[in-house]
Design a protein around this ligand. Sequence first.
Ligand code: ISJ
Length: 106
Amino acid sequence: VSYCQTKPSETEIKQHLSGYRSQIDSLDAALIKILGERERVVKKVGIYKAENHVPALQKDRFQQVLEKAVAAGAKEGLSQVCIEEIMNAIHKESLRIEQEDIEKKQ
Ligand SMILES: C=C(O[C@@H]1C=C(C(=O)O)C=C[C@H]1O)C(=O)O
């Protein structure tokens, strides 16, 4: 147990932290890759909507997306506020991407 261990040296602390941080760095890289993949699908949706005069914002659909994400987040121990902030930021970017295609069509 921790109270009978000797204190780690500065070097050991740095090494330990850098191990955790490389895990974080590769997870961040995976997150960004997935986000890119998601937004490339959104781009296809945007082009399809622009061709068929469907509005970019679909509130009901986004509500479903949000609910699913909140439920999945809860299983991972993530708060509703955290998931809502992340998904709202992603949705904002989706709308920006879709809007670009709508503007190009006009
Ligand atoms: C991708 C869509 O367009 C918008 C973006 C959404 C998203 O990023 O999940 C959801 C609904 C829409 O407001 C869609 O209609 O499915």
